[in-house]
Write a protein that binds this ligand. Structure first.
Ligand SMILES: CC(C)(COP(=O)(O)OP(=O)(O)OC[C@H]1O[C@@H](n2cnc3c(N)ncnc32)[C@H](O)[C@@H]1OP(=O)(O)O)[C@@H](O)C(=O)NCCC(=O)NCCS
Length: 154
């Protein structure tokens, strides 16, 4: 398999992403109007998609506003998971956050999302707080994680 190419999100991707979201995020799926709003949020919002042979295999994005950037979302389609694409997307988003001048990248992750917690934990993110029962339905806690970037904090 050739390596997927990472490029900026385009409006022609939005219908595809909204369809993928349902399988990837279930109750938390973003609709197509939500994706349009995210795209309209540029340049503060900065999204990337991974394309292979014309197919979207993954995507992710950040919000950059001053010292702190936020990871808005990140996902790899089920058939491409476990091959390093999530890590590649995260590396690219960290690089873009650093380029914006941010000193930290924050994210929220469901406490029951083992794959995502492993991805973040092995990429230098640390849990800084817990939002109890943040995700509904299901009463699932949100872990707030932070990675220092772009400076000397390590
Ligand atoms: C989280 C997600 C983006 C990881 O994408 P991926 O392309 O499979 O990730 P990678 O192949 O780069 O693997 C990254 C790390 O996650 C770990 N991982 C991947 N799938 C895993 C699983 N099912 N269970 C446990 N760990 C897993 C890998 O072991 C790897 O860690 P390692 O390098 O230390 O071994 C992907 O599972 C996904 O899209 N999930 C659904 C959407 C989602 O939950 N997004 C995160 C929202 S906070």
């Amino acid at each position: 398999m050739s390596a997927p190419v990472l490029r900026d999100l385009e409006w022609t991707d939005l219908e595809t992403l909204a369809a993928l979201e349902v399988a990837l995020f279930a109750d938390d799926a973003w609709s197509e109007p939500t994706w349009w709003a995210e795209l309209a949020g540029r340049p503060r919002r900065d999204y990337v998609v991974a394309i292979d042979d014309g197919q979207v295999l993954g995507y992710g994005g950040i919000d950059v506003s001053g010292d702190v950037a936020d990871l808005m979302t990140i996902a790899t389609v089920p058939e491409a998971q476990g091959r390093g694409l999530g890590r590649r997307l995260l590396d690219e988003l960290v690089r873009r956050a650093e380029g914006s001048g941010a000193e930290a990248l924050l994210l929220e992750v469901r406490a029951d999302n083992e794959a995502a917690k492993r991805l973040y934990g092995t990429n230098g993110f640390e849990v800084i707080s817990v939002r109890r029962r943040y995700y509904q339905p299901g009463d699932i806690d949100a872990l707030v994680m932070r990675k220092h970037i772009g400076g000397t904090h390590g």
